[in-house]
Design a protein around this ligand. Structure first.
Ligand code: SF4
Ligand code: SF4
Length: 286
């Protein structure tokens, strides 16, 4: 989503502008925000749904990608694969769009072009931008994983030519190591769409590649989104002190990762039960 750009450019330093952009993202509702220099591998090749001519090549000249996350509710996510997770997912897509549209409008008011990439109107592959902006990494289930909410987030992106300071991303293989031993998403996937093995090279990158066809076929069979992988992931547990101590241990020690997985199986089960299908009030004729 584009819009008119103010004629006069603001001339603050990139440091000031970076601080302002991150502050605004948080103010509008993001839980994390990072910045990266856009690469061609972040862009879709052709326009799909949304504005623009369907099938036309994607052209985007912005230098920076500002990625952020919004949190999905723990209880609603735990209802997967029943409808409340679909409602929550849709709600948070709207929230991420709300943040992105406001942030892009604020940047344009400073005299720089900016585009909000929102559900159904993307030009960039949001999880890849978010990973390179330091929001963390892509896990076995193929979604962006964040340190405090795991995959229980929706990702939004604003691209812009506003001069910014990209985040310095430190290599952190703790998630990849944990996913290597965990496999809970793969074990619980009703359509066996998530691989159990090691990462394989695909399009020049090492990754776990899920089968999107069988996943989506399952969605159409049950008549709602699934999200069971997101619900059972140990990283999806609430962002509280107890889980954050475990998260810290996992990030520091391979031995702790293995112990944490045993604890997760003990407390939540190898096949965690659906947390609540009845988070919604019952409606309709009795
Ligand atoms: S469930 Fe386990 S293997 Fe799957 S993404 Fe989460 S941590 Fe990784
Ligand atoms: S959404 Fe459901 S079917 Fe699709 S990969 Fe996740 S667990 Fe499997």
């Amino acid at each position: 989503m584009d819009g008119p750009v103010a004629e006069e450019k603001i001339n603050n330093s990139p440091e000031d502008l970076t601080r302002a952009v991150k502050y605004l993202a948080g103010f509008y509702g993001a839980v994390d925000c990072g910045i990266t220099i856009l690469k061609s591998s972040h862009l879709y090749s052709h326009i799909g749904r949304g504005s623009g001519e369907y099938g036309a090549p994607v052209i985007l000249n912005h230098k920076f990608g500002i990625a952020f996350t919004v949190e999905m509710d723990f209880q609603m996510t735990g209802s997967a694969p029943f409808p409340p997770i679909t409602m929550e997912s849709g709600k948070q897509y709207v929230e991420s769009a709300r943040v992105a549209v406001q942030l892009a409008a604020a940047i344009r008011s400073l005299g720089y072009s900016a585009r909000a990439h929102i559900d159904g109107n993307y030009r960039v592959i949001a999880p890849l931008v978010a990973r390179d902006a330091g929001l963390w990494n892509i896990g076995r289930m193929g979604l962006l994983m964040t340190p405090r909410q795991g995959p229980r987030v929706r990702v939004g992106v604003v691209t812009s030519d506003l001069p910014l300071i990209p985040d310095q991303v430190q290599p952190d293989e703790s998630l990849i190591d944990f996913c290597g031993i965990c496999k809970k998403c793969a074990d619980n996937c009703p359509s066996q769409s998530i691989p159990h093995g090691t990462r394989k090279e695909a399009n020049g990158a090492l990754r776990w590649k899920i089968d999107p066809e069988s996943c989506y076929h399952y969605w159409t069979t049950i008549g709602t989104d699934c999200g069971r992988c997101m619900a059972v992931c140990p990283y999806s547990h609430p962002d509280n002190w107890a889980h954050n101590i475990v998260r810290r241990g996992i990030s520091k020690s391979g031995t702790f990762r293995r112990a944490a997985l045993v604890m997760d199986d003990f407390f939540y089960g190898k096949k965690p039960s659906t947390r609540s299908k009845s988070v919604l009030p019952s409606i309709g004729n009795k």
